[in-house]
Design a protein around this ligand. Structure first.
Ligand code: GCB
Length: 578
């Protein structure tokens, strides 16, 4: 939910910073305010802002003063974090306002201690100590179940929002490409109110329709309407509209929020994914939020470049591997017409290196663990549920799903997704291939393959042959389910050339991708190909990585490798509709 009406104080900028290596901050009551000569920039991870902080995991403190105008008195104040972590605790004027676990979703706390017409102090404690019970799990900085760098800090924007006691809490909007709209709007108000519901064009210059609904406090408003003549949202024409809700008490405007929506329908049937009634083919990437110096924060200008590059190369889709991306990132997906598979931070690629089979089975059977996973999933859906770009959910990435207890957990979580949002199909990205026990529990099968890289290395043809045989076998077993290859690729070091193509050269990467795409597009049950990865990204240190994972077809600073040219030819020749 966005609002142009609620006053805001943006807290992005320079903050005081203090690393708490010896965990003394709590005892010394740093939350009341601390002295430090270290400076840090928000939003951005702490690591690359100073080489001395680079390899640090643990507790660090942030502090900043801000002035609140007297004119805002009488409103409720919320402090909103678009993403920080892994664990965040917040104090305002020395008073604890809340804590939150998880780096990649927005969270907010009500602040009762605001001083109006005066300076206020916010202190934030971030703890990114790795843990097996974190999402995603890790033991140490360089012993993780995931192949991306474990950054820490306030990665995304922070701001205060001032809200009337009568306000919109949440809204859930469902649409169809025929112009249907259903909205559930939850309003908090101590009086009876009127809600004005307005559909506008994207620029808010033309009101398409408006309705007044009478609300009885506090209220869940249900609204249904068919808009004839609206244009559907699609990759080739990502038509967006603004759906705004205004709350009036005795004719006085008290709150106004909006969502950018698109009219579109998604369904899975007869082995296809249909968008607006037409079967689609997803061409694109697994991506990451990763950039030099800023870490887990990707500046808007870089995102814009990414979307132009992805569009030019003929892509129409990506997965938010392996955590929900920022609002800016997904706003651009809505805007550019990208079909997104939204994934929570449940990433288990290297879990078997951290835990024994028995330990994995125990973890995934724990009701407490699943309840925590559900909280992460719920938060992600709540934040992004109204986006037209999000056409599917991925329950998790690369679980050890050849273990029955893990398969059972996937089944439960897939059902959980459906219970909160039945409107979107679910999948999960599997790397267990024919040994996977959970493929039957999801609408769409997603497979990650590195044959020709981690196995059959140096022999692309053999890798492709083995991969195709396994994919064919999976199709035989689940012939009614569409299959997406959600990861395939090879590392290439920019500027390293080899004839014949050898591993790590640009030629090897380009050739492997080409042969995968050619072999897979011959199979009609394959409905999507996501290359791993769009750009190089930073990883934990280990013998398989040279600081970065180099499977990007662009470098970390978004310059093309040879593969980018080849992918452009391949993707631009595959139509969006099958
Ligand atoms: C995978 C993971 C991804 C890794 C990739 C790789 O299967 O899902 O996070 O980065 O392989 O390059 O090893």
């Amino acid at each position: 939910m966005k609002s142009w009406f609620r006053p805001k104080i943006i807290l992005d900028g320079f903050w005081s910073f203090k690393i708490d290596r010896d965990f003394v901050g709590d005892k010394e009551e740093w939350f009341k305010g601390f002295k430090s000569s270290d400076v840090i920039y928000v939003p951005s991870s702490w690591n690359e802002q100073n080489p001395e902080w680079d390899q640090y995991t643990g507790v660090a403190w942030y502090q900043r003063d801000f002035y609140v105008d007297k004119l805002l008195e009488g409103r409720m104040a919320w402090i909103i974090f678009d993403g920080a972590g892994y664990k965040t605790s917040v104090w305002v004027n020395g008073k604890f306002v809340g804590d939150h676990e998880g780096s990649f979703t927005q969270f907010k706390f009500r602040v009762d201690e605001i001083r109006f017409g005066a300076f206020n102090r916010v202190v934030v404690r971030i703890d990114n100590t790795p843990s097996i019970y974190s999402f995603p799990p890790a033991r140490k900085l360089n012993e993780t179940a995931f192949d991306f760098f474990h950054y820490g800090g306030i990665h995304r924007s922070v701001y205060l929002e001032f809200v009337d006691v009568c306000h919109v809490n949440d809204m859930t909007i469902h649409t169809s490409h025929a112009g249907d709209l259903k909205a559930d709007i939850s309003v908090e108000c101590n009086k009876n109110f009127d809600a004005r519901l307005i559909l506008m064009d994207k620029e808010r210059t033309e009101i398409i329709s408006e309705d007044i609904v009478r609300g009885v406090r506090p209220g869940l408003l249900r609204f249904e309407r068919r808009y004839d003549g609206v244009k559907p949202w699609s990759p080739e024409e990502p038509n967006l509209y603004v759906f705004a809700v205004e709350i009036y008490v005795n004719g006085v405007l008290r709150d106004s929020v909006y969502e950018r929506i698109g009219f579109r329908s998604v369904e899975v049937r007869e082995g296809r994914v249909y968008l607006n009634g037409k079967p689609v083919f997803l061409k694109g990437f697994g991506r990451h939020e990763d950039f030099p110096v800023t870490g887990k924060y990707v500046p808007g200008s870089v995102l814009v470049r990414d979307f132009y590059l992805m569009r030019k190369i003929g892509a129409n889709s990506f997965r938010t591997s392996h955590y929900p991306y920022s609002n800016e990132h997904l706003d651009l997906a809505d805007e550019f017409g990208f079909m997104v598979i939204l994934e929570p931070p449940l990433c288990y690629s290297g879990l078997d290196r951290l835990l024994s089979r028995e330990e994995v089975a125990k973890l995934f059977s724990s009701e407490e663990y699943l309840a925590k996973a559900k909280k992460f999933i719920e938060e992600m859906i709540r934040q992004h549920k109204n986006r037209p770009s999000v056409i599917m959910y991925s329950v998790m990435n690369e679980p050890p799903s050849d273990i029955p207890e893990v398969a059972e957990a996937i089944k439960k979580l897939a059902e959980f997704f459906k219970s909160i949002d039945p409107s979107r199909p679910v999948t999960f990205a599997s790397h267990r291939s024919v040994r996977d026990l959970a493929l039957g529990y999801v609408d769409v099968i997603s497979l990650n393959y590195y044959r020709g890289w981690y196995s059959e290395w140096g022999d692309i043809d053999k890798g492709v042959e083995v991969m195709i045989n396994e994919v064919e076998e999976i199709h035989r077993r689940y012939s009614d389910k569409p299959i997406i290859i959600t990861e395939f690729g090879a590392d290439a070091y920019l500027g390293l050339h080899s004839d014949p193509p050898q591993m790590w050269s640009e030629e090897y990467q380009a050739e492997l991708i080409k042969k995968y795409v050619e072999a897979l597009t011959k199979r009609s049950y394959i409905i999507g190909l996501h290359i791993w990865n769009f750009a190089d990204f930073r990883t934990p240190q280990n013998p398989l990585r040279t600081i970065l994972n180099r499977k990007g077809i662009y470098t970390r600073d978004r310059q093309p490798k040879l593969a980018a040219q080849i992918v452009s030819q391949l993707f631009n020749s595959i139509p969006t509709y099958m």
